[in-house]
Design a protein around this ligand. Structure first.
Ligand code: SAH
Length: 244
């Protein structure tokens, strides 16, 4: 299989158009991240051993949220916040294919924020900004609270905790997309109190494998239906220690 085939097949399934430049940029990004990861520990080395695995598990998986965004909100003039981006997932692959999207990356670990900043420069990704900090604090900052159309997060916390770290950033009528592993439905079942308190409704739970047969992930789309009360998010650590 040619290097790009694994990617282009997935992009077609997701109905994402692409240029040759974007394809080479994502390959360059893989090499760039692999190199940076030898200098600073950004993610597991195993995740970067093989391009085709990386393309599936990180690039296509990140892009698997696009059909859900198109369906609920549309892709025009929207602001997206990636909470707990780590080395930039899912935000960076999304930004590489949708350069006009206004994208914010929130991450608590400085070295990862530095990497995302460098990558944005290296790949000329404009209309993007990083925030070094914690969701529990930034969630009270008026420049981000209630300001984003889409808040997205992968592999950060169980759903009922994650709702407290994401819903405050979402505008009314906007969506949170929680990128979960298998059996997200159980996480949904234990999230009813959190949804009620924080002002969200589960819109859909979808298996990524419907579009990408190799994927095991599930996407939970939550619509913000009521304003989040001022007291949320609670102080750092509490949403994790004492979730609703
Ligand atoms: N989303 C990435 C990284 C997942 S690891 C991926 O899927 O590959 C979880 C990341 O979330 C870590 O980098 C951690 O520093 C960050 N994180 C966890 N809790 C956070 C919080 N409360 N505020 C901001 N970042 C947080």
């Amino acid at each position: 299989m040619s290097k790009q085939l694994v990617l282009t097949e997935g992009l077609k399934k997701l109905d994402i158009s692409y240029s040759e430049t974007q394809l080479s940029k994502i390959l360059e990004f893989f090499e760039y991240l692999t190199f940076k990861n030898t200098q600073v520990n950004l993610m597991s080395k195993r995740d970067l051993e093989r391009w085709d695995e990386f393309a599936k598990r990180h690039v296509l998986d990140s892009l698997s949220v696009i059909p859900a965004i198109r369906k609920s909100i549309g892709m025009e003039d929207i602001s997206m916040l990636d909470v707990g981006s780590g080395a930039g997932f899912p935000g960076l692959p999304i930004k590489l294919f949708f350069p006009n999207l206004t994208t914010y990356f929130l991450e608590a670990t400085k070295k990862k924020v530095d990497f995302i900043n460098e990558a944005c420069k290296e790949f000329d990704l404009r209309n993007s900004a990083t925030i070094w900090g914690r969701a529990e604090i930034l969630g009270h900052d008026s420049s981000h609270r209630g300001m984003h159309d889409v808040v997205i997060s992968r592999a950060v916390a169980p759903l009922r905790t994650l709702l407290e770290l994401t819903l405050p950033f979402c505008r009314l009528g906007g969506i949170v997309i929680a990128m979960k592993g298998k059996k997200a439905i159980y996480e949904c079942a234990e999230s009813s109190d959190a949804l009620l308190k924080l002002g969200g409704d589960i819109e859909t739970v979808t298996k990524v494998s419907q579009l990408l047969p190799d994927s095991e992930g599930e996407l939970v789309v939550i619509k913000k239906t009521k304003e989040t009360p001022d007291e949320y998010p609670r102080r750092p650590g509490l949403p994790q220690k004492n979730p609703y």
